[in-house]
Design a binder for this molecule. Structure first.
Ligand code: BG6
Length: 510
């Protein structure tokens, strides 16, 4: 593997072994291996880095490496899967075949880890990465503990565990998983992934707020009217019907990605940029969001499910409805769209509605935060017919077209006083001459150097479930809307627009 020793040193990367569970799964093929290979091409992997993949399927090193190479060609065609760099990288990937619940397999894993560690001088350091379906988490955690793999045998060595989402399906299951993890690993060893936090644009929310003196003084109830957070995808469930039937969009996106973005927008400045200082502030926001009563769930949430329709992704494509997707029950009531109006009951945000909506098979792929400022006083321009005075709006474009824009009112050129909104725009693409890397690259590096700032802490995950679980329960108990209620390729259910209008009006009226 290529090494860039000055960068490695800057990043504080120590030698380590990467032990991958879920080694033949979709996430490994689509995200983890491309991210690791790209890091290797940039010289950003630690010295001696090696990968051990642990999985059930009957493979040997050669066939497994060949499979990963095919995955790279399919999912990361921009990376040189056929060159010497790949062969060099793949040479340090080995495969251990075992059932996930077979104690003997973990003994073999332990021996293999020791052997590679001494060959490559890895000093006992190892990162376990759980990219399996969540139903396997418990058995893997417990076997790692029983095999003594949760602690390095030498005193300086470290062991860490990265655990993929979904982290539980409700508050009880998240608590149970946290308890299992903490019976084997210390919290400082645990890295709960929410890949949204690895996105440059999500990290930039803190920079935008706290490194610019012009925004932060305005981020409160005195100046902000309401906030809209949207995670819209054109994708459907992409062959994950079985999983999605259990999760729905609320567990899949809102409980994690949506709420993470909300906390970054709403949190107080942390004391310092340490993992715990940042996460302390995020937890306070989550705990300040008003819990819904069942009546409020009916009033302030919307559920949707897509029917058949047309998606335009360069060309028109007829797509089936959710109920026609493989693995989905033909009368499924699982939501593929959800919208919420949250209230944050703290001094900074009291009375400012936060709308969060997420959906599959919508018209456009777009994740963004729209921050609407209060209108300028109606003293000079608004009463005159010089044009429509629009409130200022700050838009943070998380993806695609990463960047931010600020809408301000401007006089149009000419002899008359006519006012029009214009945009001040910042685009990552043109401002920086470097590509934006996949979020997984940043998160893997951070886990290897032990920086948990971009990972969720136990209390943070539980606080998010504390908010979401009663909503899911109320949905279960109250009548479900008639599904499907939006065609694929549309802007989602009409009820979501009504929620927004109602929500904004309800808080603006005296
Ligand atoms: C995942 C969800 O966490 O995030 C997927 O399980 C979703 O359903 C994906 O499509 C979106 O992530 P990104 O980074 O591709 O926008």
């Amino acid at each position: 593997m290529t090494a860039n020793s000055s960068l490695q040193a800057d990043l504080g990367l120590q030698p380590c072994l990467f032990v991958l569970f879920g080694a033949t799964g979709d996430l490994t093929r689509r995200k983890i291996v491309p991210a690791l290979f790209d890091l290797s091409l940039q010289g950003l992997l630690p010295p001696g880095f090696a990968i051990i993949s642990f999985a059930r399927r009957d493979k040997d090193n050669a066939t497994y490496r060949e499979d990963l190479c095919a995955a790279l060609r399919e999912f990361a065609p921009h990376l040189p899967a056929d060159g010497d760099e790949w062969r060099e990288f793949a040479n340090h990937i080995t495969y251990v075949r075992s059932e996930l619940d077979d104690a003997e397999g973990y003994e073999r894993l332990a021996k293999h880890m020791q052997q590679i560690d001494s060959e490559r001088n890895l000093q006992g350091n190892a990162l376990f990465y759980l990219a399996t379906p969540p139903e396997n988490f418990s058995e893997i955690i417990s076997h790692l503990g029983k095999a003594g793999l949760n602690r390095a045998t030498n005193t300086d060595g470290w062991r860490r565990i990265v655990i993929e989402k979904p982290f539980g399906v409700d508050l009880d299951s998240a608590r149970a998983l946290n308890a299992e993890l903490s019976s084997v690993f210390d919290e400082s060893q645990i890295f709960r992934i929410d890949h949204y936090l690895g996105k440059e644009t999500v990290q930039n929310i803190l920079v935008l707020r706290f490194a610019n003196s012009i925004f932060e003084p305005l981020f409160n109830k005195n100046y902000i009217d309401h906030v809209e957070i949207t995670v819209a995808e054109t994708l459907g469930v992409e062959g994950r019907g079985n999983y999605f039937e259990q999760s729905g969009i609320t567990r899949d996106i809102v409980q994690n990605h949506g709420l993470q973005v909300l906390t970054l927008i709403a949190m107080e400045p942390p004391m310092a940029l340490t993992a715990d200082d940042i996460r302390d502030e995020k937890v306070k926001v989550l705990n300040s969001i008003r819990r819904f009563t069942p009546q409020e769930v009916s009033r302030w949430t919307v559920r949707g499910q897509y029917g058949p329709g047309t998606i335009t992704n360069g060309h028109d494509e007829e797509v089936p409805g959710y109920r026609q997707e493989p693995g989905v029950h033909p009368r499924s009531n699982t939501e593929t769209f959800a919208a919420f109006r949250f209230s944050i009951d703290n001094w900074r945000w009291a009375g400012v509605p936060f709308f969060v909506q997420a959906g599959k098979r919508l018209q456009k792929r777009l994740t963004e935060v729209q921050i609407y400022f209060k209108p300028a006083p109606e003293v000079l321009f608004a009463r005159l017919s010089y044009g429509q005075l629009q409130p200022n709006k700050l838009v943070l474009r998380i993806q695609p077209d990463e960047g931010a824009s600020l809408q301000i009112s401007s006089k149009t050129p000419g002899p008359e006083m006519h006012i029009q909104p214009v945009q001040m725009d910042f685009r990552y693409g043109s401002a920086f001459d470097v590509p934006i890397r996949d979020a997984y690259e940043r998160l893997i590096i951070d886990a290897m150097r032990g920086d948990a700032s971009l990972f969720a802490r136990n209390d943070e995950v539980e606080a998010a479930w504390q908010l979401i679980t009663p909503i899911l329960q109320a949905w279960h108990d109250i009548a479900c809307p008639r599904f499907p209620n939006y065609p694929a390729g549309s802007n989602g259910p009409e009820a979501a627009r009504e929620l927004l209008n109602r929500g904004v009006i309800a808080h603006s009226s005296p």
